[in-house]
Design a protein around this ligand. Structure first.
Ligand SMILES: [Zn+2]
Length: 135
């Protein structure tokens, strides 16, 4: 296990989380300021507002993933799939440092979600208690 690399990832993730947090605050503030808008069909302000709500939800989901990844760094399980426990390829982590699932599990979870099945995260039933077995 390369500690330096993990430290770099932790720093990157923390930075990303802070940036996102700022964007979320700005967006929330903007949404708060628009409550007087008349709900009229086709109102561009309403469309804009709805776009922001969707964007905010996406950013909140992303920040939750980043926090998951940061927690897994603390647990020493970063880079391992939360669902099957297999290592996540470094190429994937480079593109998506907040990934906590391998490509296979990610695809599976997305398939379940598309079918309307509730997939609770991060409760995959894989409880990693105690010290990770590593020399
Ligand atoms: Zn997996």
């Amino acid at each position: 296990m390369n500690t330096t690399r993990t430290e770099i990832e932790r720093e990157q993730l923390t930075q990303q989380r802070n940036d996102l947090q700022e964007d979320i605050e700005i967006l929330r503030e903007a949404l708060r300021g628009e409550v007087d808008v008349d709900v009229e069909e086709g109102d561009p302000d309403v469309v804009e507002r709805e776009k922001n709500v969707v964007l905010l939800a996406a950013m909140e989901a992303r920040i939750a993933s980043i926090e998951d990844a940061l927690r897994s760094i603390d647990r020493g399980t970063y880079g391992m799939c939360e669902r099957c426990g297999n290592p996540i390829p470094p190429e994937r982590l480079e593109v998506k440092p907040e990934a906590t699932l391998c490509v296979t599990c990610q695809a599976e979870v997305e398939k379940l979600l598309k079918r309307g099945m509730v997939v609770q995260r991060p409760r995959w039933g894989l409880e990693l208690e105690g010290e990770p077995e590593e020399d």
